[in-house]
Ligand binder design. Structure first.
Ligand code: PLP
Length: 387
């Protein structure tokens, strides 16, 4: 199994039909209490392997199946599951910091991660410095004696700057820091975090892994060295993902590659079409050769997902609302990674503190779904007429 290619792994990982009447998919176990026959069995629980069924919170074969599949496909040692992507991020951070510590956080980070640092970590005495996403090896200059973690997210899910993860990891390693990455945009299908020096890789499984806009889920996959602290934090804070959600995520994982390949192609078609529009100032998509992050993206990633940004030329907010309110295919709503196309306006002034964000007009974030790209272009074209 170790030597199989990723496509094969996505279809085979996390299922053992021979242990389940030959049924292809793992069963959904709903469990809190697990019964033991003897006192001796109960007393020996702590010497049992990690994936031993002891209590609902520590997992059942349903969760074990997804954990094993995600750990393998990301190339990590083990994986902990959480009820949302944000829970995975906050727990990963909590696992490694003490009061008095300092973390380095990328300035283009997902907004709720920023709020977790500014509110919750700060009130526990953990300081956060936001750094320029393009800092690369220059991160070295920001490392203090009390710095514990460098957190990355590449590309940023609103502004799409690509980070030089290998250079950041090399600097962090020299100082013994833990490197975390929110790898939700690329998924393990397009970016292999552990080959690039990441210690702790986080997925909002809510997005492409589940893939159908009906599940909230997070995962934290780590190296062997980082695993004990993450595992202890997840258990200590009582974190687990619901069995039905794990089942749906495992089902989503089977088709993640083909959904992503199509969404990648559609996103690029839309991005190129938008680049030629007179209403558009700039398209933010690292897979376009014109994008400033393209070289690093090409070096480190094997593809691009369906999420990208567009900066329009300045326009009246009324015209913008007129455009956005009238789409028939593009829905307006948070989250992404499902089968349907989405568009939202982004207020960039709210989400930066260290680096200025230069945009003459409004910024939009687009998610390409599985619809026919010609229909999507028709919808966008009608929008520009309303604008
Ligand atoms: C959506 C998202 C999250 C959080 O996932 P939830 O399951 O919605 O909590 C984290 N990081 C990124 C980049 C995201 O887009």
């Amino acid at each position: 199994m170790e030597k199989m290619k990723d496509k094969t792994l996505l279809t085979t990982l996390g299922r053992e039909p021979e242990k389940n009447f030959g049924i292809i998919n793992p069963p959904v176990y709903h469990a809190s209490t697990v019964l033991f026959s003897t006192v001796k069995d109960m007393r020996e629980l702590n010497s049992k392997p990690r994936r031993f069924v002891r209590y609902g919170l520590s997992g059942t074969p349903t969760q074990f199946a997804l954990e094993e599949a995600l750990a393998k496909i990301e190339g990590g040692h083990d994986c902990a599951l959480f009820p949302s992507g944000l829970a995975a991020i906050s727990m990963a951070l909590m696992a490694f910091v003490h009061s008095g510590d300092h973390i380095l956080m990328v300035d283009s980070v997902y907004g709720p991660t920023r709020r977790f640092c500014d509110h919750w970590l700060s009130r526990m005495g953990v300081a956060t410095t936001y750094y320029d996403p393009l800092i690369g090896g220059g991160i070295m200059d920001l490392i203090r004696p009390e710095t514990k973690v460098v957190f990355t997210e590449s590309p940023g899910s609103l502004t799409f700057e690509v980070q030089d993860i290998p250079a950041i990891s090399a600097a962090a390693k020299e100082k013994g820091l833990v490197v975390m990455m929110d790898n939700t945009w690329a998924t393990p299908w397009f970016f292999k975090p552990f080959e690039k020096g990441v210690d702790v890789s986080i997925q909002a499984g809510t997005k492409y892994i589940a893939g159908h806009s009906d599940v909230l889920l997070g995962s934290v996959t780590t190296t062997e060295a980082a695993w004990p602290l993450v595992h202890r934090a997840a258990q200590g804070f009582g974190q687990q993902a619901a069995p039905d959600d794990c089942y749906l995520a495992l089902r989503g994982l089977r088709t993640m590659d083909i959904r992503l390949e199509r969404q990648q192609a559609t996103a690029l078609t839309l991005a190129r079409w938008l680049m030629d529009r007179p209403e558009v100032d700039r398209v933010l998509h690292p897979a376009l050769p014109e994008d400033p992050g393209h070289e690093i993206w090409k070096r480190d990633f094997t593809g691009s997902s369906g999420l990208f940004g567009v900066i329009l030329k300045p326009c009246a907010s009324e015209s913008l609302e007129n455009m956005l309110d009238g789409y028939s295919l593009f829905g307006m709503g948070y989250s992404w990674g499902g089968f349907e196309s989405l568009i939202i306006p982004v207020d960039m002034q709210l989400v930066r503190t260290t680096t200025a964000w230069e945009a003459a007009g409004p910024t939009l974030r687009i998610h390409a779904g599985l619809e026919d790209p010609e229909d999507l272009i028709g919808d966008l074209e009608a929008g520009f007429r309303r604008l």
